[in-house]
Design a binder for this molecule. Structure first.
Ligand code: SAM
Length: 252
């Protein structure tokens, strides 16, 4: 299973993530009665936006973090009749009934094998079902990466920031058609006073698992001190595609 998150802090501080997700959701035209998977639903803020676009539909809120799912269940308490929560790893075959569409925000870069990920998503999409997603792409948080390498050169790098070309090839290999992939720079200003807690809860969670508890705050401070300014240089990889099942020339 994937790692745990500080769900309450993420929910409070990841404001730009939710703005990005709104743009992603706007790319998915819905009739309002579909069933849609939120792949990596986190604390449920994006899921809540998705539910508002599905007045007669359903959402499958899937995440690998039990704490995130607890937070999401709390946020979506008024809609439990229309939400199915699933604790699962997107890198493995998914225990999910067929869905009309998949949305995902800020999640895919945590998964090393994108071909397996897209294959797992393709397997639960109905014929011609759509995938609309965004995650970190090539160049994402480059200044944080440089700072981490300077402070702790031996820490494992947890991220997979793919190029649009590689993501496109992985989607095609998984049977997606009408694929478009592109990068969007999205630098975010973070108040200097909030930088350490932002880094600890949103960006460096995986790194911290490899740092002794007593050394964590010094590590985060050293990374923050090495950043060129009070901002994070995000670069987002946008992904849209459609299941090739059911289309002429598509996979069967
Ligand atoms: C940065 S949060 C994004 C949450 C939400 N989509 C948003 O935009 O606010 C990334 C989420 O992806 C989940 N995640 C990462 N790797 C995963 C995996 N292999 N399987 C399932 N969930 C995963 C994490 O648990 C976390 O909740």
């Amino acid at each position: 299973m994937t790692r745990e998150w500080d769900a309450a802090t993420y929910d409070r501080v990841a404001l730009s993530h939710h703005d990005w997700a709104t743009v992603v959701l706007d790319r998915l035209t819905l009739d309002g009665d579909e069933t849609v998977l939120d792949a990596g639903c986190g604390s449920g803020k994006v899921t809540e936006q998705l539910l508002a676009r599905l007045p007669r539909g359903r959402v499958v809120a899937l995440d690998g973090s039990a704490r995130m799912l607890v937070q999401a269940r709390r946020r979506l308490a008024a809609h439990l009749d229309r939400v199915t929560f699933v604790h699962a790893d997107l890198a493995r075959s998914l225990p999910v009934e067929p869905v009309d569409a998949v949305v995902s925000s800020a999640t895919f870069h945590w998964i090393a094998d994108h071909r397996a990920l897209f294959t797992n998503l393709a397997a639960i999409l109905r014929p011609s079902g759509r995938l609309v997603a965004q995650c970190g792409g090539l160049g994402n948080v480059a200044s944080v990466r440089r700072a981490v390498s300077a402070v702790r050169p031996l820490l494992p790098d947890p991220w997979h920031f793919a190029t649009p070309e590689d993501a496109g090839a992985d989607l095609a290999a998984a049977g997606f058609v009408d694929v478009r992939t592109w990068l969007t720079p999205a630098t975010v200003a973070v108040p200097a006073d909030d930088m350490e807690s932002y880094l600890a809860s949103v960006v460096l969670g995986s790194h911290l698992e490899h740092v002794a508890e007593a050394e964590r705050s010094d590590f985060v401070r050293a990374v923050a001190d090495r950043l060129p300014g009070p901002e994070i240089d995000y670069v987002r990889l946008n992904v849209v595609g459609r299941s090739g099942r059911g289309s002429v020339g598509g996979a069967t």
